[in-house]
Design a protein around this ligand. Structure first.
Ligand code: C5P
Length: 234
């Protein structure tokens, strides 16, 4: 295992317009707590991380009402219009106290169903793979490419295709540099692995549970509720 402490950056600065709700999706209620609280408590419970950097929208009016806002293990950064820029801001904040070779796990605030086992496995894989690691799920469904009229244009082979999830775990300095380079080049990588790929790295895919869903549509909240209910000790 290679050296370095672990930190987490949690982008939580999205507006979640696809949910059709006034509240950003990270503040919707799931079994009596916000989605964001479930996500942060899952990361804190692992005790793997020195601290968590939570990236909030500028003038976020909701954060201060959570008890976690007073947790000394949590540090705040301010987000931006795109997720990649929000993550970058979180990494800059983290750079104020973490070392360049430390590990950073970036995990979406909108993924409250991460299991301790998946978290453990992706952190362990990152330490064994110099280019970092991410949770992902191999595609199970047949893939269709649509034409402009919503008809099937072609069937796309799903061989070797995966859906990228989070956490995605990389060394702090290479990840920061890769994201900065992508942004400077006018690109907006939709995950950290894409920025690393653009910089020439080949991150390791770690098969995770499809239950680690990202709350995106109203239905997802109900799925997440069912999943978390089944995990509760009886
Ligand atoms: O919008 P999307 O589902 O891709 O968001 C994934 C995560 O990134 C969410 O937790 C969201 O709050 C965060 N995000 C962010 N800054 C943005 C957009 C999204 O921190 N500008």
């Amino acid at each position: 295992m290679s050296e370095g402490r672990f930190w987490a950056v949690v982008p939580a600065a999205g507006s979640g317009t696809r949910m059709g709700s006034e509240l950003p999706k990270q503040y919707l209620t799931l079994l009596g707590k916000t989605v964001l609280e479930h996500t942060l408590q899952g990361l804190l419970a692992s005790e793997a991380f020195q601290r968590l950097v939570v990236v909030l929208a500028a003038h976020d009016p909701h954060w201060q009402s959570l008890a976690l806002a007073r947790d000394p293990r949590i540090v705040i950064a301010t987000g931006a219009a795109e997720r990649c820029q929000s993550v970058c801001n979180g990494l800059v904040r983290l750079g104020e106290f973490a070392a360049p070779h430390d590990w950073v796990a970036v995990h979406d605030a909108a993924r409250p169903c991460l299991t301790p086992d998946d978290l453990h496995r992706v952190l362990a894989a990152a330490q064994e793979h110099p280019d970092g690691a991410l949770l992902a799920v191999p595609l199970a469904d047949t893939l269709k490419r649509a034409d402009a009229h919503g008809r099937v244009d072609e069937t796309v082979s799903r061989a070797r295709l995966w859906r990228a999830l989070t956490p995605q775990v990389f060394r702090l300095a290479p990840l920061h540099d890769a994201l900065q380079a992508a942004l400077a080049g006018g690109l907006q990588p939709t995950d950290e692995a894409q920025a690393m790929e653009l910089a020439g790295y080949r991150p390791r895919l770690v098969e995770g549970s499809a239950a680690n869903l990202k709350i995106t549509q109203p239905d997802d909240l109900r799925f997440a509720e069912t999943l978390l209910q089944h995990r509760r000790p009886s």
